[in-house]
Design a protein around this ligand. Sequence first.
Ligand SMILES: Nc1ncnc2c1ncn2[C@@H]1O[C@H](COP(=O)(O)OP(=O)(O)OP(=O)(O)O)[C@@H](O)[C@H]1O
Ligand SMILES: [Mg+2]
Length: 145
Amino acid sequence: MNIITKSPEQTKKIAENFAKKLKGGEIIGLTGPLGSGKTVFVQGLAKGLKIKEKITSPSFVLMKFYKTNKKAVKQLIHLDAWRLNSPQDLEQLGITELLTEDNVIVIEWIEKVEKFFKNKSLIIIKFTLGQQEKTRKISIKNKKV
Ligand SMILES: Nc1ncnc2c1ncn2[C@@H]1O[C@H](COP(=O)(O)OP(=O)(O)OP(=O)(O)O)[C@@H](O)[C@H]1O
Ligand SMILES: [Mg+2]
């Protein structure tokens, strides 16, 4: 599925609608250049999952946990793989134990760590910069690693 967005607000709305379809257990990988809207998308996901806290970029802490107020999904786990060097770094962070049916995991810069999820199904969301300053293309695909 391909969607064009023309503002950060629109990107959040797209993410909010996407979040409503989540059942728990999803692993969502975000890919796209610096400033393409990955974190903005996660802010919309949080709204759709009725998370009250403010979502900030996990660039320095690597991983953040947010409690949702949606039935099937207990928490949203937000990771930024920008500073990671290999897929094994995710093992060190304890991700294996977090891959449960009541967590939704969203990872920025998924391409850096994608191999960690061998044989698992991911939802890959790709952000591409458009012609205009605020235009982005968002593509959503399922992928078996
Ligand atoms: N259509 C749009 N969708 C999302 N963000 C947009 C859009 N148009 C402009 N922006 C701006 O682009 C920036 C996106 O920043 P964001 O932190 O989400 O990027 P990112 O992909 O997470 O970058 P990084 O790789 O550094 O983590 C914000 O400043 C936002 O206001
Ligand atoms: Mg970001």
